[in-house]
Design a protein around this ligand. Structure first.
Ligand code: NAX
Ligand code: ATP
Length: 391
């Protein structure tokens, strides 16, 4: 009986393994198809631009050409508009970003299978901090990911599992072969959130560094927050220049990272400038300085997100932000057309997640006032998401 059971378990594991292999291949084919499509669109627009330049005003222009040229002009005008934005907050820009996010929200249809809308991994969770990885992982699910994995230490795992049966929890982060244990899962993950509740123990940071390296090799979007930023401060090269990386420091984390890279104290009177500088020094990585206004930059300009929020600053709000950003990064980063004409998709993902977090904060505060906690904000993710991105 025991043998039969063993066989059965082995066969199911093999079946699951081969399912994920096929699924990964399918996603790769889909990615390639999208890339080709976008390259074709780009090529077409470039040709039209050349034709347009060559047409003299005296010559008749066919209506079909007008249509394409109008499209081209529209796209360029939006592009120009973004380029002309300085560091100021801009209601119209909020709307534009919301429509970009709206355009990538996967439709809810009966044709899908589990996992298609996102399999997100969280690297974090240790004896001291079990709430942070839970907040990040559950937020990813509530935003719309199908599966949320937490890779944490052994003693944190049972605690995190007990918060929520929805999460898949791997007690591997402090095991001797942690990197290999986590790497096994990487082909199945669409994006990674590194740092919530990770702690600062050397061995955990060493494992985390290796996991980041292997995720980069697989081109996985990586959001780095909290103690993940501690690691980046010690070793910036771990993520420097990786265009699918997003850093989400609070002011303390930002200051540490800035001073580590620039070897001079932060001039705190001009945050926008410092955000641009640090993003540039990190190889034009997308960076979010969280605060009264969230300042977002990829080194070329600074966008400010000032959706209302509230005056309540309970712990864990940053985890809601990083978890939801992991999902938006997965939805947005294959959208090369955005990168070509409109905005850096990492910036859009960051802006979308900041808006959502602040909207959750505002809604939760309206219900709970001073007693608002991050769990109350998480309850608001569904309605807040609908309000911002589905109406
Ligand atoms: N329930 C949980 O398990 C939580 C765990 N958390 C984890 O706790 C660990 C340490 O995070 P910390 O943020 O405390 O560590 P830091 O060492 O980065 O921050 C130190 C302190 O800086 C202060 N600070 C933040 N913004 C500031 C500002 N603008 N001006 C002045 N002071 C400011 C905060 O009071 C914070 O406690 C991380 O792993 C994090 O993920 C937090 O996410 C909160 C919730
Ligand atoms: N003064 C503020 N006013 C409005 N919203 C804010 C303010 N400060 C932070 N926020 C919002 O809260 C979110 C989390 O930022 P916060 O500074 O709390 O991060 P954190 O310290 O890393 O969080 P955590 O407690 O999870 O570690 C940000 O995305 C931002 O939108």
């Amino acid at each position: 009986m025991e043998k039969l059971m063993e066989q059965f378990l082995e066969q199911s594991a093999q079946a699951e393994e081969s399912f994920y292999r096929v699924e990964e291949q399918r996603l790769q084919v889909e990615d390639r198809r999208r890339e080709t499509e976008h390259a074709r669109e780009l090529h077409m627009l470039q040709m039209l631009a050349q034709m347009f330049a060559g047409i003299s005003s005296a010559r008749p222009v066919k209506s079909v050409l007008f249509f394409y040229v109008k499209t081209l002009l529209f796209v360029s005008s939006v592009f120009e508009r973004y380029n002309s934005l300085g560091s100021s907050s801009h209601r119209a820009m909020d709307e534009e970003v919301f429509s970009l996010v709206k355009s990538v929200v996967p439709p809810l249809t009966s044709k899908k299978h589990k996992g298609q809308d996102g399999r997100i991994g969280i690297i974090g969770g240790c004896q001291d901090y079990t709430g942070a990885p839970y907040f990040a992982a559950i937020s990813a699910l509530k935003v719309g990911a199908d599966l949320s994995h937490v890779f944490c230490t052994k003693d944190a795992a049972t605690v995190i599992k007990s918060y929520s049966p929805e999460l898949i929890v791997h007690p591997v982060l402090d095991s001797p072969n942690a990197v290999e244990e986590i790497e096994k899962w990487l082909p199945r993950l669409h994006s990674l959130v590194v740092g919530p509740g990770l702690g600062r123990e050397d061995s955990l940071l060493k494992t985390t560094k290796e996991v980041i390296e292997r995720s980069k090799a697989r081109d996985i979007p990586i959001v780095i927050d909290a103690d993940g930023l501690w690691l980046v401060t010690q070793q910036p090269s771990v993520i420097q220049g990786y265009q699918k990386g997003i850093l989400t420091p609070n002011f303390m984390e930002f200051t540490r990272l800035f001073e580590a890279l620039h070897h001079e104290p932060l001039n705190s009177s001009d945050h926008s400038r410092s955000v641009m500088q640090l993003s540039g020094a990190m190889g034009n990585l997308t960076l979010v300085l969280k605060g009264e206004q969230d300042l977002i930059s990829d080194g070329s300009k600074v966008y400010s997100c000032s959706v209302e929020g509230s005056g309540r600053r309970c712990g864990g709000q940053g985890d809601l932000l990083s978890g939801s950003m992991g999902v938006l990064a997965h939805w947005l980063l294959p959208q090369h057309i955005l990168a070509q004409y409109l905005m850096n998709p990492s910036v859009v993902a960051a802006f979308g997640a900041c808006s959502l977090t602040r909207q959750c904060n505002s809604q939760a505060f309206q219900r709970h006032g001073r007693s608002t906690t991050t769990s109350d904000m998480i309850q608001e993710i569904g309605p807040a998401f609908r309000k911002l991105f589905e109406t």
